[in-house]
Design a protein around this ligand. Structure first.
Ligand code: ZN
Length: 274
């Protein structure tokens, strides 16, 4: 389990790894077909003596740090700079998740240098991940935006998948949307499905979650059952939506996404595999 650290540990003790971030992209070390975060020596060769701007936490005895990689720092072809979406599946899962923490926390520090109440400079609070104003005590914590993602199943065993109007690819996926203030997760599932495809759902069950750092989101995965209504899409946010049978699927998201996990769960419940 990842143990978040808010106060700096001794930099000379134990193993350390470094996530370097430039413009929302992550610098990784290339090794054959995979990539990984940098060791302290590797980070030092790019950033100088004391790499590690913000400590993130510890996993399996390794302490992870994040630093911004200034624009003027050059790196050779043993390194590669890329957004996290593109690194999904190439970085080890635990490092990809740490990369998500790294980019979000660095952005959050950047965006909370000044107090939202009095405009004065904020400083890092000790013992917690927070920025605090020394004048009026205003405290800012990293914020997450919860989003629901749902696989809707009909009584004939078909599942409702939609194609986003924003995607270039003809891929179909489960429906998703952000939770609004004052809403329960169950209400968010019902509202999003109705808004996107005009279908009423019930029997909502939680399945699993996935951090989704694009930016600051947490995807909460659900299943639901069709109650009433025919599919009606606006053609903009959702370009098309259909009821699919497990043995007649369109192009669907890749293995590491929670959308795929929901789809695979439905397929195995139906007893068929594509
Ligand atoms: Zn203030």
């Amino acid at each position: 389990m990842f143990e978040p650290l808010h106060d700096e540990p001794d930099r000379r003790e134990g193993d350390h790894r470094h996530v370097l971030v430039r413009g929302g992209q992550v610098l990784v070390r290339v090794e054959h077909t995979s990539v990984r975060s940098l060791t302290t020596d590797e980070a030092r060769s790019l950033l100088g003596d004391e790499p590690g701007e913000v400590v993130l936490g510890r996993l399996d005895g390794v302490t992870y740090w994040v630093s911004s990689l200034p624009d003027h720092i050059e790196f050779d072809d043993r390194h590669h700079l890329e957004g996290l979406r593109g690194l999904h599946g190439r970085l080890a899962d635990h490092e990809w998740n740490i990369g998500g923490r790294a980019t979000q926390i660095l952005d959050w520090y950047r965006d909370n240098q000044f107090c939202g109440r009095c405009g004065g400079p904020m400083s890092r609070a000790s013992g917690e991940r927070a920025m605090r104003c020394p004048v009026d005590g205003h405290t800012a914590y990293p914020r997450l935006s919860p989003a629901i993602i749902v696989l809707v199943e009909r009584e004939d065993g078909r599942a409702l998948l939609g194609r986003s109007g924003r995607w270039d690819t003809p891929m179909y996926s489960t429906l998703a949307g952000f939770v609004e203030p004052g809403e329960t997760l169950e209400e968010a599932v019902q509202r999003e499905v109705f808004e996107e495809v005009g279908v009423r759902v019930g029997d909502i069950g939680y399945v699993a979650s996935q951090p989704w750092p694009f930016p600051n989101s947490l995807m909460l995965g659900f299943t639901a059952r069709w109650v009433s209504g025919d599919i009606r899409v606006d053609g903009v946010e959702i370009a098309d939506a259909q009821w699919f049978a497990p043995d007649d699927l369109p192009s669907i998201p890749g293995k590491l996404s929670i959308a795929r996990r929901l789809i695979d769960g439905w397929i195995s419940r139906r007893g068929t595999r594509p």
